[in-house]
Design a protein around this ligand. Structure first.
Ligand code: AR6
Length: 336
């Protein structure tokens, strides 16, 4: 998945580069900086001594030494001074310059800590917004797998207002116990399969809601016979989007996309279908149609479904923001 939010100790992550939230001297310190130097061994400090200083927002690269990561990209975040001292611009530069440096070195994967959110006091929800926006912009132009590593879930703070409105939405719409009729039984089966990310057992025959638009019978029959992959490719054409734009906005990597493109019977997982619905800015009815092609339906007994539905209804199709919310509610993320 091009952008993945994970909870881990960054010194344990196997990637081409991990990013260090350093200070201008680049000679080590506390927090994630201390942890990286301890895990990498004294050779890292020796190489850092050859680099000179690093200004706020800039980035420099070294080897990873004893770390599982091949390289360390050192960047210096801004100290939070209340938000009126260009902190957001400087923090964005840290992400932008680190990603540019990774690209320059042909790296394929990179892991960031939440820069500036420890000793430098940057509020975590604000820092997360900056990180997601910068990484998101970069990924729309470039191929790379980017991990945002949060140390503990508590440090992962969705903006309180958004969190409250999603929680309220789930509360209003969440159905704990369905009366079991045939339709619900089918949905439950789909949800159980979902745990294993397998769509193949559920039939693609959930009743789609009536559409007010008049359509020719021949068109309707043709669309009924379409597979998921065919429908996806048709929608991409109809929306005038390119393949690359679509899979990037869906947070899906090129390999998976070409698999789907080349296999008309490809059975995607539910998060993958939702991811394409978001990339294509489908409305709720269109999303249901696309899900139906893969044997899924939107279920009001699934928090995951409700959160995605919330964003679609809000007209917010930013996949990275949706993933931020899914992560906060401990749900799987969209993408592959
Ligand atoms: N893995 C992932 N994240 C971590 C880890 C870890 N092992 N350890 C801490 N964090 P900080 P800053 C998180 O203070 O605010 C140093 O002394 C932590 O929870 O490491 O940019 C430098 O030398 C927090 O969310 O960096 C500088 O002087 C985030 O990493 C100064 O601190 C960043 O916290 C830099 O301060």
């Amino acid at each position: 998945m091009p952008l993945e939010i994970i909870r881990n100790d960054i010194t344990q992550v196997h990637v081409d580069a991990i990013v260090n939230a350093a200070n201008e001297s680049l000679l080590g310190g506390g927090g994630v900086d201390g942890a990286i130097h301890r895990a990498a061994g004294p050779e890292l400090l020796a190489e850092c001594r050859t680099l000179g200083d690093c200004k706020v927002g800039e980035a420099k690269i070294t080897q990873g030494y004893r770390l599982p990561a091949k390289h360390v990209i050192h960047t210096v975040g801004p100290v939070w001074r209340g938000g009126k001292s260009n902190e957001d611009k400087l923090l964005a530069e840290c992400y932008r310059n680190s990603l540019a440096l990774a690209k320059e070195h042909n790296l394929e994967s990179i892991a960031f800590p939440l820069i500036s959110t420890g000793a430098f006091g940057y509020p975590k929800d604000k820092a997360l917004k900056v990180a997601i926006a910068e990484i998101g912009d970069f990924l729309l132009q470039h191929e790379m797998t980017v991990y945002l590593v949060v140390f503990d879930r508590a440090s992962f703070a969705l903006s309180e207002k958004l969190f409250a409105s999603i929680a309220e939405y789930i509360d209003d719409n969440y159905i704990d116990l369905h009366p079991i009729d045939d339709r619900n039984r089918l949905e439950l089966t789909c949800m159980q399969e979902e745990v294993f990310y397998e769509a193949s057992i559920c039939p693609a025959s959930m009743p789609a809601p009536a559409k007010p638009v008049k359509r020719k019978l021949a068109d309707v029959v043709k669309k009924l016979e379409e597979s998921f992959s065919q429908m996806l490719l048709r929608l991409i054409d109809e929306k005038g989007m390119s393949d690359a734009e679509t899979y990037k906005k869906a947070n899906i990597d090129r390999k998976l996309f070409s698999k789907i493109r080349n296999d008309i019977y490809y059975k995607p997982s539910k998060p993958t279908v939702f991811a394409f619905a978001i990339a294509l800015r489908l409305n709720l009815d269109e999303t249901r149609d696309l899900l139906g092609k893969a044997g899924f339906a939107i279920s009001h007994s699934s928090k995951f479904d409700l959160i995605v539905q919330f964003f679609i209804e809000e007209g917010n199709y930013n996949i990275f923001e949706i993933n931020e919310a899914l992560f906060a509610f401990e749900q799987p993320l969209l993408g592959n």
